[in-house]
Write a protein that binds this ligand. Structure first.
Ligand SMILES: Nc1ncnc2c1ncn2[C@@H]1O[C@H](COP(=O)(O)OP(=O)(O)OP(=O)(O)O)[C@@H](O)[C@H]1O
Ligand SMILES: [Mg+2]
Length: 309
């Protein structure tokens, strides 16, 4: 197994303000990331994902707990960690008065790369992120998605050993998102390690090898996307458009979620035949599909919200 790159132990952050009550954004987060992994942090708005990434990337100090990157304490020695990390911040924007080509190459030069390497990496990143046609336009004239692509291209081009990406594909079209996924996979193949957040659960499923669901500043669940899907009781879902009224007949098969007149049943594959038989004998139409990560997320986080109430 590859070495450990990032380790947080009982990390806590409380934001203090003179005008408002304190906010406990992280309430004891522990996690580990190994070299070459792509790990996604998932969670509702305000869960604490950005706070975690800001601490990990030396932009914010924790209230307590420890976080180490490459075996170095991030809070005590931020200057030793910074050369090895690169960050796409949430809602970051490229410099408006620079073109994407200038933005990427200037950043690489500032990180100490040679002129030749900076040039080659800039051209490759522009190409990978489909920015070639806009490479010489001021960023202020670019569309939202084009600006976001510029941000991601800038950070990818660093090929830093540890990359933090906070909602990297926000506002990108489905083609651009897939370019990002492909590029990030390529970077981890070369040995980089990636920690990202996303609200697109298809993206987390396609891209991350492991995920942590953060809720209320704590890790609620960790594991693979498959683990999470299995934890909801099966790997298939059956949708019965007129099934809500018959919910009691289906409860024994697994989690039942009514939605208007419809009913979704999460079912283990070995009981699918029996369930479909019951649907037919009940005169109900049914469609079968895989459980998505989004459904598993709604189920797991929804259960936790319910328990808190
Ligand atoms: N500077 C700050 N001062 C006070 N509270 C803050 C500050 N920054 C964040 N918070 C609060 O801390 C909590 C965690 O915020 P954070 O930005 O880490 O969430 P997030 O998981 O990234 O959410 P999102 O998915 O919306 O980006 C929220 O309740 C937020 O309002
Ligand atoms: Mg955030």
């Amino acid at each position: 197994m590859s070495g450990e790159i990032l380790r947080a132990v009982d990390l806590r952050k409380t934001y203090l303000s003179r005008r408002a009550p304190p906010v406990e954004a992280l309430a004891g987060v522990s996690l580990e990331v190994r070299q070459g992994e792509r790990v996604a942090l998932l969670g509702r708005n305000g869960a604490g994902k950005t706070t975690f990434l800001r601490i990990a990337s030396t932009l914010l100090r924790p209230t307590s707990g420890t976080i180490q990157a490459f075996g170095v304490d991030v809070d005590r020695h931020p200057e030793r960690v910074r050369p090895y990390i690169a960050v796409v911040p949430q809602e970051g924007k490229p410099f408006f008065h620079l073109t994407p080509r200038e933005q990427i190459s200037t950043y690489l030069r500032a990180r100490g790369l040679s002129r030749e390497t900076a040039h080659a990496r800039t051209e490759a990143a522009l190409e990978q992120m489909g920015l070639t046609d806009f490479a010489n336009r001021l960023s202020i004239t670019l569309s939202g998605g084009q600006r976001q692509r510029t941000m991601v291209a800038t950070v990818m081009a660093t090929e830093a050993p540890l990359l933090y990406l906070d909602e990297p594909t926000i506002g990108m079209d489905p083609f651009a998102r897939r370019s990002v996924w492909e590029s990030l996979r390529g970077l981890t193949r070369k040995g980089s390690t990636i920690v990202l957040t996303t609200h697109y659960l298809d993206e987390a499923d396609a891209l991350s090898q492991r995920l942590y669901i953060i809720d209320g500043g704590k890790v609620l669940v960790s594991g693979t996307a498959e683990d999470l899907k299995r934890s909801v009781g099966g790997t298939l879902k059956v949708f019965l458009p007129e099934g809500a009224a018959a919910i009691d007949r289906f409860r024994s098969f697994g989690t039942c979620v009514p939605d208007g007149a419809g009913l979704t049943v999460i079912v283990a594959p070995e009981r699918l035949g029996e369930l479909m038989g019951l649907a037919v004998s009940s005169n109900l139409t049914a469609t079968v599909g895989p459980v998505t990560l989004e459904e598993a997320f709604l189920h797991v986080v929804g259960r936790s919200i319910h328990e808190d109430e």
